[in-house]
Every structure is written in structure tokens, then in C-alpha cells.
Design a protein around this ligand. Structure first.
Ligand SMILES: Nc1nc2c(ncn2[C@@H]2O[C@H](COP(=O)(O)OP(=O)(O)OP(=O)(O)O)[C@@H](O)[C@H]2O)c(=O)[nH]1
Ligand SMILES: [Mg+2]
Length: 194
């Protein structure tokens, strides 16, 4: 499979033409969005992983095999970002979700050690409202033991009302859950991963 950087966009008016179905990756800053995308694509650093969380205020588009576009969304919830920046971020994302007809799916990444908080719930509701398939991915599963992992999944399932089978756990470090995430994406968008 071929993957390449396509374009970065800071404004809704600059969105590229809707060439292919899109899959967006959302989540708190530092949750592991870029690492997940690299692992799915088996590319080391196609998507830059961050030493400076919260810096990227752009939507980054990647062409996947001329079959789909992956969109790395700016991370939210980073304290050092100003209020003005945060509301600009909100408008950009809301505008994107609301207007993007070819946006098929959005993964919401949550650190498996944390909870589904207000931001995630807001995002989840936004996706349902705009008819975009949501997929919850619990990241950094390598940080927990098998037992803790299961306990946290059950806890997040109870908090969200999302069945535990629909919560995918993932580690960019070990590759755990890579195929589960690929399969979830393939339910919505045709991609030949090999
Ligand atoms: N142990 C472990 N560390 C991870 C994993 N995924 C990402 N990390 C680390 O977490 C940090 C943040 O990862 P990124 O992929 O840059 O996170 P991001 O969500 O893209 O961050 P922003 O672009 O700032 O929003 C990096 O230091 C990664 O090496 C994982 O599965 N396991
Ligand atoms: Mg990133």
C-alpha cells in the first residue's frame, strides 16, 4: 500500500476537493493519534509524532493508496493553548464535521488509563449528529496489565454505554490491536492494507 502526505489546512475554506472517503483521527493532545496512524500504515514517521504537544493547529491530510484520505486532527485539551486558540479549534473542527460530505468515519482516541471525559462525549455526540461513524480506540494498552486493561475497558463501557466489544484497545509500541482498528476502518471505507 502507498501512503503519502497530501496537504495541511488551517481553515475550512482551504479544504481539498473531496477526492476520496475520509477517516479522521481525533483525541486529546499526546493520546497517540500520529503514532496510531503510522502503525496502521506501517510507516515509521509518515505522521510526525510529538515532542511539542498541542502545537499542531492544522488538519493534516494523507492519501492512502488513492482509496481514502486519513486526516490527523489537531489534539485538544492541551493546557498551554490559549482560550482564543481553543475556540478557533472548536470552530474549525465543527465546520469540518458539519460540512464534509465524504467524511465517513472518525476515530476517537482515549488513553486507556484515562476516562471518557466531556470533550470526548461532545465529540461523540457531534459525530452521531452529523452521521459520521464513530469508533473508540483506547490507546497505549502496553501501559497496563491484562487485568487492568479489562477493568478499564469495562469502566469506560459503563461510563459511555458503549458495549465493551465495541471498544478497541491498541498499542503503537507492540502493535496490539492494529488489525482490529484496520478492520473497524474497513467496515466503512475500502482500503487494501497490504
Ligand atoms: N507506551 C506507548 N507510548 C505511546 C503509544 N502511542 C504513542 N505513544 C507516545 O506518546 C507520545 C505522543 O504520541 P503522538 O502520536 O505524537 O500523539 P498525538 O496524539 O499525535 O499528539 P498531538 O499531535 O500533540 O495531538 C509520544 O511520545 C509517543 O511515543 C503507545 O501505544 N504506547
Ligand atoms: Mg500528532
Amino acid at each position: 500500500m502507498q501512503s503519502s502526505f497530501f496537504i495541511s489546512v488551517a481553515d475550512i475554506k482551504q479544504l481539498p476537493p473531496p477526492l476520496y472517503p475520509e477517516v479522521a483521527f481525533a483525541g486529546r493532545s499526546n493520546v497517540g493519534k500520529s503514532s496510531l496512524m503510522n502503525k496502521l500504515l506501517e510507516r515509521k514517521q509518515l505522521v510526525k509524532t510529538g515532542k511539542t504537544p498541542g502545537k499542531t493547529r492544522l488538519l493534516n491530510f494523507f492519501n492512502i493508496n488513492d482509496q481514502a484520505m486519513f486526516v490527523d486532527l489537531p489534539g485538544y485539551g492541551y493546557a498551554a493553548v490559549s482560550k482564543a486558540e481553543t475556540s478557533k479549534w472548536g470552530r474549525l473542527l465543527d465546520g469540518y464535521f458539519q460540512t464534509r460530505k465524504n467524511l465517513a468515519m472518525c476515530l476517537i482516541l482515549v488513553d486507556i488509563r484515562r476516562s471518557f471525559e466531556e470533550e470526548e462525549a461532545t465529540l461523540y455526540d457531534l459525530l452521531l449528529r452529523y452521521n459520521i461513524a464513530p469508533c473508540i480506540v483506547l490507546t497505549k494498552s502496553d501501559k497496563l496489565s491484562k487485568n487492568q486493561l479489562l477493568n478499564n475497558k469495562v469502566r469506560i463501557s459503563k461510563d459511555t454505554g458503549i458495549p465493551v466489544e465495541q471498544l478497541i484497545h491498541f498499542s503503537a509500541t507492540t502493535g496490539d490491536g492494529r488489525d482490529a482498528v484496520r478492520n473497524a476502518i474497513t467496515q466503512e471505507v475500502l482500503i487494501s492494507w497490504d
